[in-house]
Design a protein. Structure first.
Length: 322
């Protein structure tokens, strides 16, 4: 007997459409094996509505490829000697240092041109170049036949201005070096908005229903339905959970779902959820409400995560199919 923990594919597709309505197609970020839910599984749900995918590395690219014919962008540089394989798998590689660039130039010569991604700080510290290094890097790209997808990662509102200034300066550096800029992207879920949409939005946790402060009309795609293992009627004295929670004068159901399943222990608030153990949750039954549905379409992913004292990413990854 296990809780039924699933994703609503219709909601996920509607969420992708809600982000795309901000003005740019969505690249579904399915790193860490699709936030734990299975990258191929997410691709089967999303392939009709997303422009492309984003994964971390060659292994994730290889795992995802059987599920989609769409472009797959990589967040990190290929390992030395592995660029050819990444390209053969239809990956769009990242290039953040001169050794990787030299390898890309050789592949470009062999293949009659190549598109790579170049991240500009604060893209992500491990896979980007500093704006001040852009002119020299652009000069090294020029003449190789390489076109670049310039990207950055606007992660904070407070530093958005600085990040964008560096990004635009780098864009100018590549342009004046004569490098073709194939596309640009800058925003994830938190920074998704019209002015930052550029050529695509890179959305991960937003597909599950998180907004992280952005104004997107998405909904909770997480579904947690737990079997009832015991009911306490009104007036029936007893102890639910692991003995420290009095049922008192309330009707209570004990459900087979707990923090071992990714349902955060901190969601126990004493009002509705009485206790959350490793496998069992004790919950007050309300008239007309489905006591088995612990998380559903009416929930707000960010609000749930905040109540649990964790990030929305942790909530989503924690609930993933084990
Ligand atoms: C993980 C990641 C994303 C997606 O982030 P979410 O907050 O899950 O939407 C976008 N861009 C980069 C560079 C990332 O590493």
């Amino acid at each position: 007997m296990r809780p039924d923990i699933t994703l609503d594919g219709d909601v996920m597709r509607a969420n992708a459409a809600a982000f795309a309505a901000l003005g740019a197609p969505v690249a579904a970020v399915v790193k860490h094996d699709g936030y734990g839910w299975g990258a191929r599984r997410l691709a089967r749900e999303l392939d009709g509505v997303v422009e492309s995918y984003v994964v971390s590395d060659e292994d994730e690219l290889a795992a995802l490829r059987p599920a989609t014919a769409k472009p797959v962008r990589l967040l990190t540089d290929a390992q030395p000697g592995r660029l050819g394989r990444v390209l053969d798998l239809g990956g769009i590689p990242n290039v953040a240092n001169r050794a990787a660039l030299a390898e890309a130039a050789a592949e470009s010569a062999r293949r009659g041109g190549l598109t790579v991604r170049v991240g500009i700080l604060d893209a992500a510290g491990w896979s980007s170049i500093r704006p001040q290094d852009a002119p020299a890097f652009a000069a090294a790209v020029a003449g190789t036949g390489i076109a670049v997808e310039l990207w950055t990662h606007v992660i904070s509102d407070t530093r958005a201005g600085t990040i964008l200034e560096g990004f635009v300066a780098a864009m100018r550096a590549f342009e004046s070096a004569g490098v073709r800029i194939a596309s640009t992207d800058a925003a994830g879920t938190a920074s998704a908005r019209r002015g930052l949409a550029f050529d695509r939005l890179r959305v991960g946790v937003g597909l599950f229903g998180s907004r992280l402060g952005s104004s997107v009309d998405n909904g909770c795609a997480l579904r947690v339905v737990a079997p009832v293992v015991r009911r306490f009627g009104p007036g029936e004295a007893g102890w639910a959970g692991y003995g420290d929670t009095a049922v008192e004068n309330r009707p209570v159901a004990v459900l087979r779902c707990g923090y071992g399943d990714g349902f955060p222990k901190a969601l126990a608030d004493g009002a509705d959820i009485l206790s959350v153990g490793m496998q069992y949750t004790a919950r007050v039954m309300h008239d007309g409400a489905d006591v088995r549905a612990l998380i559903g379409g009416a929930d707000d992913v960010d609000e749930l995560a905040a109540r649990a004292g964790i990030s929305s990413h942790e909530l989503v990854v924690g609930l993933a199919w084990k």
